[in-house]
Design a protein around this ligand. Structure first.
Ligand code: TYM
Length: 351
């Protein structure tokens, strides 16, 4: 069976972006592949180095994975920090990773701007490099953030995964993972690691939009609708979505905030509902209030059963501990096998 790996950082609750970008793919793949889904607690330290309670955050994602329908009987579910073999592979990969290529990744630049307190809305050429070396800037960027893609590559190739279900925002990290896998093989003249490909359940990369007019739904964007949100919260968030005064010409091109509203509807509502509002838009009869009400209802219908299961599972500490413990054992077994090969290839003593 082909091997599949993916992870999510425990930086809060799962939102619709995580679900439709990643988890939906996990659910589709779990019965057809040898799946390993993990909680990327080490990665969360790249932006939150002093977590309040990392175990509680990890349990949150674990219960949400289970509530969404990931079955620990068929997929391996584990916590990244329970598999220390990954950290050793990360160390080896870093020996062959260039500072320049890591610094050029867009997610590094974006998060570095945040950590260095540079204006993210008006990035300029060379601003990150300048501020990194500016001794006057009392903020700094961590080497952990810089090497985020190397750790992600290690997560994937430690199990020799060939497919990785992720959202569109991970494309560049995936490109780096392939590059590091290729480079390891070339450096040591072996054919150890396959090149992992992104997997999209709908055959094209998914980007769940924010409803605040911004491109992407995300925790750090502050525009996320969480799977655990109750009906009232969902309604409030959707009714706040940015709209305009409506089209004046039939069949006009939709401006971004409106296009986002429609994209969200395409994801959670039926085709009939989507077509109905699309026609209303095209004939300039759209009433955004009605559209939002319908969208809120459809989002709630989708989240409600998951929400109920989250609350149930979250309370079951015995179950959560068992899943994490059994998952860790299985993941370590697979990781240790690869690491043994890696050590031998580089030339360390194989005990
Ligand atoms: P994270 O925690 O940021 O996001 C987890 C998953 O959710 C997807 N996602 C989205 N997809 C579509 N639209 C959105 N608005 C949206 N927001 C989030 C992400 O694409 C991702 O699939 N680097 C990873 C964590 C990771 C990982 C790995 C993933 C660490 N190691 C190895 C795969 C394999 C991340 O940032 O996840």
């Amino acid at each position: 069976m082909e091997i599949v790996v993916s992870g999510i950082r425990p930086t809060g609750n799962l939102h619709l972006g995580n679900y439709f970008g990643a988890v939906k793919g996990f659910l589709q793949m779990q019965h057809e592949y040898d799946c390993k889904f993990f909680i990327a607690d080490w990665h969360s330290l790249t932006t939150h180095p002093r977590p309040l309670d990392i175990q509680a955050s990890t349990r949150t994602i674990l219960s949400e994975y289970l509530a969404c329908g990931i079955d620990p009987e068929v997929a391996t579910i584990y916590v990244q920090s329970d598999v220390p073999e990954t950290a050793e592979l990360y160390l080896y990969l870093n020996m062959n990773a260039g500072i320049g290529e890591l610094m050029r990744t867009t997610s590094f630049k974006d998060k570095a701007r945040q950590q260095l307190h540079i204006d993210r809305t008006h990035p300029t050429e060379g601003d990150v490099e300048r501020e990194i070396f500016n001794e006057g800037n009392k903020h700094s960027v961590s080497a952990g953030l810089l090497t985020y893609p190397t750790l992600m590559a290690a997560d994937i190739i430690i199990h020799k995964a060939v497919k990785v279900p992720v959202g569109k925002d991970q494309e560049q990290n995936m490109e780096m993972a392939r590059r590091f896998a290729r480079r390891f093989n070339a450096t040591y003249g072996v054919d150890l690691f396959p090149e992992p490909a992104s997997f999209y359940y709908s055959h094209k990369a998914v980007k769940v939009p924010g409803l605040d007019g911004s491109g992407k739904m995300g925790k750090s964007e502050g525009n996320a609708i969480y799977l655990v949100d109750d009906e009232k919260t969902i309604r409030k968030k959707v009714m706040k979505a940015v709209t305009d005064s409506g089209p004046t010409e039939p069949n006009s091109v939709k401006p971004e905030p409106i296009a986002n509203l429609f994209s969200m509807m395409e994801i959670v509502s039926t085709k009939e509902t989507y077509d109905y509002f699309n026609e209303k838009y095209n004939s300039c009869e759209i009433r955004y209030g009605d559209m939002k009400k319908q969208l809120a209802e459809d989002i709630n219908a989708f989240c409600a059963p998951i929400r109920e299961r989250i609350l149930e599972i979250q309370a079951d500490r015995t179950l959560l501990d068992r899943v994490a413990r059994e998952g860790a054992a299985k993941a370590r077994e697979s990781a240790a096998k690869t690491l043994q090969e890696v050590r031998q290839i580089i030339g360390f003593k194989a005990y």
